[in-house]
Ligand binder design. Structure first.
Ligand SMILES: Cc1cc2nc3c(=O)[nH]c(=O)nc-3n(C[C@H](O)[C@H](O)[C@H](O)COP(=O)(O)OP(=O)(O)OC[C@H]3O[C@@H](n4cnc5c(N)ncnc54)[C@H](O)[C@@H]3O)c2cc1C
Length: 415
């Protein structure tokens, strides 16, 4: 089939996206760019899930080398496109992992050696070089840092809530907010062999599509709970804080991460020293392992410093935030950072679903219906790239799978 014919076929298809978090928005953008008629359903009046509660770190350096890293870099390119095309604030600030302990410095050196061969851009900094890049590193006991130029900062609250308006204006994507989807079902092919997916709201209204992408984040109970329950994914709760910028013009510079972070992201698993570092931390400070604490800082376009985070999984999750966890995070943050003012302005928590090994959990429980969740702590980093890869796969491998549209009349009625 020629590219032109395939493009025409895709151009005529209708896609439903459930969830207007970053994963849903990424799919809406990729589908709309390929010419689909896209409708997004979101149960809240505006996005309120993990996608507005995070650091806003676009963090390719945290991804293992290979496909994951490349997907993160593809996402990064798309965030930078959003900056020019949609006027979003995207700061290509880079990142520094700080080392205040010898085993942390060893892991950073080992990573730097390997990064050279893997084509990952990064450099080791002396304490003085760290100081030249950021006023925020605690110089006391600082052994050095690993600088990476690829990380970016976005304001998650503003980005996640303004992308819908841009998608609607540029591509005609339709958004139905305050619309809870109660069921999504494949009801067979129509007479022309087109997949027919029925999307039904909790009020009983329904519409038909050729394809539906379910991007419901940490909600694993509502749609296809049986598939999600057998996926090995876990729900995770994270506590976060922010410190006001006070309009002083003080800038953090790059995102900053501590030595504790080295045991959190999979990229550092290629370093032989990581096991000694893990052991030392769990022997010295088991409370940090217990609450999954590693500490990082980012700064948004209003100067506010976002600080976090902790990780509690599954049955350990309580609705109540623990002051003791915030205190532990602040204790560790003070070891690596110096801020002009430590007065905490906001405390909050967020949830995500995380697959133990995959960057995203995908499943096709019925023809034309795709689940896409489980991006864990890297959804801002990965979603745009993951959505691109999925839509390339869907349109390239089986261009006839959702080729034709239903008549354009909007079937927004009781079925
Ligand atoms: C505290 C915290 C810090 C993080 N920091 C970072 C970071 O700095 N960098 C990074 O890359 N990642 C980070 N992450 C991870 C990232 O935020 C998530 O991976 C990502 O936001 C998940 O996006 P999502 O669209 O799957 O989920 P969500 O943002 O939760 O969106 C899901 C949406 O689906 C809607 N929905 C659910 N069910 C239905 C239904 N039946 N009908 C209609 N709508 C429905 C919900 O209302 C919600 O709006 C962080 C996460 C947290 C919690």
């Amino acid at each position: 089939m020629t590219f032109v014919l395939k493009e025409i076929l895709v151009r005529q298809s209708k896609a439903a996206i459930v969830g207007a978090g970053i994963v849903g928005l990424a799919h809406a953008w990729s589908a709309a760019e390929r010419g689909c008629q896209v409708t997004v359903f979101e149960r809240n009046s505006r996005a309120s899930g993990a996608s507005i509660r995070n650091f806003g770190m676009i963090w390719p350096i945290g991804q293992p080398h290979g496909e994951n890293y490349e997907t993160a870099m593809l996402s990064r390119t798309r965030w930078l496109r959003l900056s020019t095309e949609a006027g979003l604030w995207v700061n290509p600030c880079g990142s520094i992992h700080l080392a205040h302990r010898p085993d942390e410095w060893i892991v950073l050196q080992q990573f730097r050696e390997r990064a050279e061969f893997l084509g990952i851009a990064c450099e080791l900094l002396t304490p003085e070089e760290v100081q030249r890049r950021t006023p925020a590193a605690n110089f006391h006991g600082l052994l050095g840092g690993l600088y990476s130029p690829t990380e970016c900062c976005v304001n998650p609250r503003e980005a996640t809530r303004s992308i819908p308006a841009w998608l609607a204006a540029k591509y005609g994507v339709t958004f139905h907010f305050e619309t809870h989807i109660a069921s999504v079902e494949s009801i067979g092919d129509d007479m022309c062999g087109r997949t027919n997916v029925r999307v039904t709201t909790s009020l009983g209204d329904c519409e038909h599509f050729e394809r539906a992408i379910i991007c419901c984040g940490a909600d694993m109970q509502s749609l296809f709970p049986n598939v999600l329950a057998s996926s090995d994914m876990k729900r995770c709760k994270l506590q976060m804080m922010s410190v006001r910028g006070h309009g002083t013009g003080w800038t953090l510079g790059p995102h900053l991460a501590s030595g504790l972070t080295l045991r959190h992201y999979r990229n550092f698993e290629i370093c032989p020293g990581i096991e000694d570092l893990r052991k030392r931390i769990s022997d010295e400070t088991p409370e940090l392992d217990h609450f999954g604490i590693h500490v990082m800082a980012s700064q948004n376009n209003h100067g506010d410093i976002i600080l976090g985070d902790s990780h509690e999984y599954g049955a350990d999750i309580e609705p109540f935030d623990k002051a003791s966890v915030d205190e532990l995070m602040l204790r560790e943050l003070r070891k690596i950072l110096q801020l002009p003012d430590w007065t905490v302005a906001e405390h909050w928590h967020g949830f995500y679903a995380k697959h133990p090994t995959l960057p995203v959990f995908e499943a096709t429980p019925e023809p034309g219906i795709h689940l896409c969740t489980g991006t864990g702590g890297a959804g801002m980093t990965m979603s745009f790239g993951l959505a691109e890869r999925m839509w390339d796969r869907w349109t390239d491998s089986n261009p006839f799978s959702f080729p034709f549209s239903f008549p354009t009349s909007f079937r927004w009625n009781k079925d």
